[in-house]
Design a protein around this ligand. Sequence first.
Ligand SMILES: C[S@@+](CC[C@H](N)C(=O)[O-])C[C@H]1O[C@@H](n2cnc3c(N)ncnc32)[C@H](O)[C@@H]1O
Length: 389
Amino acid sequence: MAEERHICALLRQGCGGCPLLETPYPEQLRQKQARVEALLGEFGPVSPILGMEHPWHYRNKAISTFCTGPGRRLDSGIYAAGTHRVVPVASCLLHHPALDEAVEAVRRAARLCRYEPYQEDRGTGLVRHVLVRHSRATGRVLVALVTAAPVLPGARAFVSKVRELCPQVETIVQNINPRRSSAVLGPREKVLWGRGYIEDTLCGVRFRLGASSFYQINPEQTEVLYRTALDGAGLDGTQTVVDAYCGVGTIGLAAAGRARRVLGVEFNPSAARCAAQNARANGAGNARFLCADATAYLQGMAARGERADVVFLDPPRAGSTPEFLGAVDRMGPERIVYISCNPETQRRDLRLLAGRGWKARLLQPVDLFPHTEHVECVAVLAKIRGGGM
Ligand SMILES: C[S@@+](CC[C@H](N)C(=O)[O-])C[C@H]1O[C@@H](n2cnc3c(N)ncnc32)[C@H](O)[C@@H]1O
């Protein structure tokens, strides 16, 4: 693993984006490995964490919050840790460079159009944040300008300046967020230019990404994570697969080429719609995506006596529910593949499954978020039936 040290001036200004930046990367990996072993070691040996060769500029998404900078000039950056004070950011060691270039183009275009930064405490001003996404497959960028009000004066001039300054930009949307809350995106969106989305490819599958789509932010390591999960599932084209908590269908669609049938369950309606669209766009006729609560849906499947050979679950940080895990157990799959971004809730859930006879065949941590405290872990489980595996 290459040991490179980077100095970041933003750390001294209170930026909380990379709390481990001053810890050498090999040491970060040792700490994450030790943490996963302490939490999950009771279920079996934990494989060595899969880290990045070059753990820099891996992020494919950035959010920059507008503020008033020196000389009362519009600027933008990131909130200082634990505050609502914005630290101006021109470039970040974690962002793909195209993201910083796009944000700089937006800042310059916004100054030219004389947009006023939104003031949270007073509720005045227009522009709140800019969200940018980069496609590793195409190199193109989506820009979403988040405004407090629906009218964007000089929208055409804004669009043409951003395009002139940053030719990688492929589409520009305006997201309208009038709410006085810390949520970045609001409920309404207008396409100012282009298609309103970009496309990226993950594990050979094409995905459509809008401003609000949930999509893993480290594409290189996401492929490592999904490959680990798919290989662990032992798919050979004959299995019925459930992809629970499926987001825009990334795991299910990556599995579809190696499965007989895939059923994805996701409770966010826009993500579930995207998953269905992604299935059509990739010609995955064997994949179906439903908008439902994963617990309620799996309980229904178990009650109807429906079976699955492999169940993938990738729940949010809070983990799954005892009812979901009980239903999966009753459905009698050959494997459960549990992907988690929180080993603490994963331990709670694995204990419940261990109590029903499920054993870990693989516990594989993957570093999706270098320089932060987060760690993902794939647990592949099989049930001991009649004393053997
Ligand atoms: C960690 S993300 C995983 C998404 C996807 N597997 C991926 O890798 O991109 C968790 C997903 O679970 C969804 N979710 C949260 N609670 C849910 C529930 N009770 N039922 C179904 N989906 C849920 C969220 O909307 C989110 O898309």
